[in-house]
Design a protein around this ligand. Sequence first.
Ligand SMILES: [Zn+2]
Length: 123
Amino acid sequence: MPLSTARSSRIPRPPAAGRPSPAEPAPSSQVLPQIGRWNDNELILFFEEWQESWIVYPPRSAYDFLRRPTRDAAVVEFHSWIPLVPPDQHPVRPREGCLLHGMDCRAHEAIQAAVDTGFDPFR
Ligand SMILES: [Zn+2]
């Protein structure tokens, strides 16, 4: 009488984990800022990719170190994170744009970025 036991030693393997295909780079290269600070005096946006901070000081800002050419002008300040690069200030009025460089100035991007976060840069 055979002693063999008909026992299957085959252990079923777990199915191979289905791996998604390697992530493709996002089609949009839009750089989104991080909000560093948001209050009545200023809005600070951090752009990690550009190593830069943008600060918008609205007319309601109580800071007295700002040199504001008119009472209704916002001041946009670009802060490079590179040491020894001085901050760059641009006074911007709602209808005239940057008082130093006109409508082509990138201070407009900062104003727009502020508006996009829900911040009112001209109040
Ligand atoms: Zn400017």
